[in-house]
Design a protein around this ligand. Structure first.
Ligand SMILES: CC(=O)[C@@H](O)[C@H](O)COP(=O)(O)O
Ligand SMILES: NCC(=O)COP(=O)(O)O
Length: 260
């Protein structure tokens, strides 16, 4: 029986900074949240330094890199300014994401087809600096094939459309979106890419997604920070870990049923 690959939880602490920035000043501190998250079982920390600096600030990234003893995943737009910052901070990983100034959140995946020529040298330069690069993409075959052409070792599948459909009770759409994620994860693994996923996940969607054996990392932020208001951050992370383990076990059980 295959136990399936281990599934890591990356905790995104952006929205601790959103709350801090609402008043200015230093509290609540996203670095303190990162340390607490690690203590509670996070396998890594994700933070998105947006071009408009609406939540995480440059200084937060520097302090995070210095303070945490787990991998830092630096989400960034593919711009020269962000490249300079990433090369100075040297996080464990960099996830290239699309950004639009007016969007409320990251609405879709990177345009990997249209951006192939510009992304390729960008990814190579980060890779030469020892940074593991991932591309935040739509769960489509075209995007995965383009990620291979670009030379990224990792993709992160955007789960936002699926999570939104689940939340809205749009059952058919949710089933379609989940199937896209399932097939995309399979294709990514077959192409030799490490497969991550994230955006908009909660306990239930994280549990369901964890059953996909090709996915080895989930990055989760907004929901966890929201839950922290009610049950505390450590408890929110413990419950998320439990949900992910339960979802992973579904896969393991289905494997063992097939073998018996
Ligand atoms: C790329 C991504 O999914 C995130 O960084 C996350 O959504 C948190 O940042 P925003 O809410 O600002 O998009
Ligand atoms: N890349 C996705 C991420 O880091 C967290 O997204 P969300 O849970 O804040 O929507």
């Amino acid at each position: 029986m295959s136990a399936g690959k281990a599934l890591r939880l990356g905790v995104n602490i952006d929205h601790v900074a959103t709350l801090r920035n609402a008043r200015g000043g230093a509290r609540p501190d996203p670095v303190r949240a990162a340390l607490l998250a690690i203590e509670a079982g996070a396998d890594g920390i994700t933070a998105h330094l947006r071009e408009d600096r609406r939540h995480i600030q440059d200084g937060d990234m520097i302090r995070l890199k210095a303070a945490i003893n787990k991998p830092l995943n630096f989400e960034m737009a593919a711009t020269e300014q962000m490249l300079d910052i990433a090369l100075k901070i040297k996080p464990h990983a960099a996830c290239l994401v699309p950004e639009r100034r007016t969007e409320r959140t990251t609405e879709g995946g990177l345009d990997v087809l249209g951006g192939l020529a510009t992304l390729k040298p960008f990814v190579a330069e980060l890779g030469r600096a020892g940074i593991r690069v991932s591309l935040f993409i739509e769960p489509s075959f075209e995007a995965i094939d383009a990620a291979v052409d670009i030379g990224a070792p990792v993709v992160e599948l955007h789960t936002g459309a699926w999570c939104h459909a689940v939340e809205e009770g749009e059952r058919e759409k949710a089933a379609r979106e989940f199937e896209r994620l399932r097939l995309a994860a399979q294709r990514a693994a077959r192409a030799g890419l490490e497969c991550h996923a994230g955006h908009g996940l909660d306990f239930e969607t994280a549990r369901i997604l964890s059953a996909l054996p090709e996915i080895v990392e989930l990055n989760i932020g907004h929901f966890l920070i929201g839950e922290a208001v009610f049950i505390g951050l450590p408890e929110a992370i413990r419950q998320m870990r439990k949900a992910m383990d339960a979802g992973r076990a579904t896969y393991v059980e289905s494997q063992s049923l097939r073998l018996n």
